[in-house]
Design a protein around this ligand. Structure first.
Ligand code: ACO
Length: 326
């Protein structure tokens, strides 16, 4: 059976319990001889704390907990889902996919399950893929999850990157429907910029080959992010036949509060309509958008019938937007 549309019918999220405030991180880094300050981090990024997973906690565990909460919000049992898509760049294993591990943990065998790798744009990619699969009859109810343990790929001696990221997971249940939920989606990549943000390592002959830590040209990322977020917002709104004023809530990827504000200003969305979690969660890559969505649904800001514009941007270089009526 195929449906003309898909809708988000439940959201959930999970943060590892250990919240590390800037002051604590600054002390831990000082003990390693890495100099930074709460003031620098807050002024340049807006980040005040991040959640970090304990040693041994893996991506699929965070993803499974977020998925359970989204299923509960949707009033569904795990077995009622026939597709699981996990957006992540920090999977448990090279293979099997994190989505298969989530499916096993939920006890819901049989449906399709796979990972999407588009770094911080991953959730927008995964949502667009699941929407397409529902509309073409390949699935009827999907769990779409963004989950990351980015702390595992950070070089804690590189103050330019290690203060920026956190761990967490967010999920939605997307279900086939007669009424529109996902109104439009647009996805892009430009591999010519692959080197400005990457973790350029892999496994080879039983050893790590290359560089297994995240590296970034922060200023290049900043400039490109603001410009592509603006372009893809306009493109997506046009595809839906809507104007900027029709957007009730804007959820950009939570990389840095200065990027969020610059992007919103450029698009013409007032800052009161921007959901911001980067201060509490830092950058959780593919998890950042569904984490922010779930937070704002649960605190009552995002309500049924409202239009939410979600935008991702990240390594690849990748970017994408999904406009959703809740
Ligand atoms: N604490 C103190 N000083 C620092 C730190 C730190 N944690 N990190 C860098 N510095 C220093 C640098 O060494 C440099 O010192 P110098 O002038 O003596 O050489 C100075 O601060 C300025 O460094 P820049 O890298 O030029 O700082 P900038 O103002 O560009 O801010 C930042 C860096 C916050 C990363 C910025 O470039 C940015 O916001 N970029 C966007 C990238 C981003 O948010 N990435 C997240 C992941 S990407 C994504 O999700 C899409």
């Amino acid at each position: 059976m195929s449906f003309p549309h898909s809708r988000i019918i439940g959201t959930g999220s999970y943060l590892p319990p250990r919240a590390v405030a800037n002051e604590e991180l600054v002390r831990e880094l000082a003990a390693r001889g890495v100099e930074t300050s709460d003031q620098w981090i807050v002024e340049r990024t807006g980040i005040r704390q991040r959640h970090l997973a304990d040693a041994g906690v893996v991506c699929s565990e965070l993803a499974t907990e977020a998925a359970r909460r989204a299923l509960a919000a949707a009033g569904l049992q795990p077995g009622e889902v026939d597709l699981i898509v996990v957006a992540t760049s920090t999977p448990d294993f090279v293979f099997p996919s994190t989505a298969c591990l989530v499916q096993k943990a939920l006890g819901a065998p049989g449906g399709a399950a796979f990972d999407v790798q588009a770094v911080c744009s991953g959730f927008t990619y995964a949502l667009a893929v699941a929407d397409s699969m529902i509309r073409t009859g390949l699935a009827s109810r999907a769990l779409v999850i963004g989950a990351e343990v980015f702390s595992r790929i950070l070089d804690w001696n590189d103050r330019g990157t290690c203060v920026l990221f956190g761990d967490g997971a967010g999920a939605v249940v997307l279900a086939g429907d007669e009424r529109p939920g996902v109104l439009a989606a647009r996805l892009h990549a430009d591999g010519r910029y692959e080197s400005i943000l990457r973790t350029a390592g892999n496994l080879c002959a039983g050893k790590v080959a290359g560089h297994p830590y995240l590296t970034m040209d922060g200023q290049a990322v900043f400039k490109l992010a603001v410009s592509v977020l603006d372009a893809v917002a306009r493109e997506t709104l046009e595809a839906a036949g809507m104007a900027t004023a029709d957007v009730d809530w804007f959820i950009p990827h939570q990389a840095n509060v200065r990027i969020l504000h610059s992007a919103a200003r450029k698009i013409g969305i007032p800052l009161e309509k921007v959901i911001v979690t980067v201060d509490r969660h830092a950058n959780t890559s593919a998890a950042s958008i569904p984490l922010a969505l779930d937070l704002a649904v649960r605190d009552g800001r995002i309500r049924a019938g409202q239009n939410v514009l979600m935008e991702g941007v990240g390594g690849g270089f990748t970017w994408g937007a999904v406009l959703v009526r809740m």
